[in-house]
Write a protein that binds this ligand. Structure first.
Ligand code: A3P
Length: 311
């Protein structure tokens, strides 16, 4: 595992940061889901920040219309709380674990854990899960950019550089990255979404990019607050889409200068947000290898990913 910037530990077939591992176990053993909870779940760097922003805006659209949204002054990760690394990781900006029951319902929560490792009550209660997936090449490149920025802060080494992308590519294909293996993570949620479509909504970053309005409506229906004709005609969907667009969020002062925690700058969550941006970093032969791996891993699942934007 030559490329990893953090020490990894394997648990229930997936890799975790060894320093974060105790928080993950505490979350898994002690967290109790409520029927009214909504969970955003994801493999890292697949559009979590975007889905959090959309979910928050859709559910709170009457209470906080887009023009007065808390998203204008707070990072999306301060509004939809990460569990294992945020709340259970002691993030000062988020509620403590003992305050979880005081959060008004519906609670908007997030986890990067694979489906099989989620706390039992999340799987068995009537709470709902919204999973976002993204093609492996853009996910890989986004991952490769993100973690060194955090390590740079933690180590205080301003010259810290990302590891060789070829080595990271190998590790990603082998599954030896944080919350990896990637395909097993995705397939775990995909299968649940087929078996229990009322419980798990499976979204793809590429679909959201190509027809945001359609998927915003799907999210609203899934969480039980569909848009009315009046709202559609008044442009509420469009306002939410614009509020949550990467260009808008990236340009807000809070996301340009704020910190989510001691070592995580808000701006690290916003980069290009492209489909196919991987072409600037990975060779055609790497893409071909990933394609072959993807075909193997997704065979007979009915799932596929677009690696490039629609022409
Ligand atoms: P890139 O690094 O490819 O630009 P996550 O939120 O799961 O950490 O994923 C981060 C990725 O989503 C980054 O991709 C980031 O730029 C992109 N992203 C963040 N906010 C977004 C938004 N509002 N719309 C679309 N993409 C967004």
């Amino acid at each position: 595992m030559g490329s990893s910037t953090v020490q990894l530990i394997k648990f229930e077939d997936f890799w975790y940061s060894s320093t974060r591992f105790p928080n993950i176990i505490t979350f898994q053993r002690h967290f109790r889901a409520q029927q009214t909870d909504f969970f955003v779940t994801s493999f890292p760097k697949t559009g979590t920040t975007w889905l959090k922003s959309l979910l928050f805006s859709i559910i709170n659209r009457n209470h906080h219309p887009p023009k007065q949204s808390p998203l204008l002054t707070q990072n999306p990760h301060e509004l939809v709380y990460d569990l294992e690394t945020g709340i259970y990781g002691g993030n000062q900006k988020l509620p403590r674990p003992q305050q979880l029951n005081n959060i008004p319902s519906p609670r908007l929560l997030h986890s990067h854990l694979p489906y099989a490792s989620l706390p039992e009550s999340v799987k068995t209660s009537e709470c709902k899960i919204l999973y976002i997936a993204r093609n492996p090449l853009d996910t890989l490149v986004s991952h490769w950019h993100f973690y060194p920025k955090i390590i740079k802060k933690i180590s205080g080494d301003e010259d810290f550089q990302p590891h060789d992308i070829n080595a990271f590519f190998e590790d990603f294909c082998q599954g030896n990255v944080l919350f990896g293996p990637f395909f097993e993570h995705v397939v775990g949620y995909w299968k649940q979404s087929l078996e229990r479509p009322d419980k798990v909504l499976f979204l793809k970053y590429e679909d959201l990019k190509e027809d945001t309005s359609l998927y915003v409506k799907k999210v609203a229906e899934f969480i039980g607050v569909p848009f009315s004709y009046v709202e559609e005609n008044e442009g509420v969907i469009q306002e939410i889409i614009e509020l949550c667009s990467i260009n808008n969020l990236k340009g807000l002062e809070v996301n340009k200068t704020g910190m989510l925690s001691k070592f995580v700058e808000n701006n690290t969550f916003f980069r290009d947000g492209e489909i196919g941006g991987w072409r600037r970093y990975l060779s055609a032969s790497m893409a071909e290898r990933m394609n072959t791996l993807m075909e193997q891993k997704l065979r007979d699942t009915g799932l596929s990913f677009k690696l490039l934007p629609a022409e």
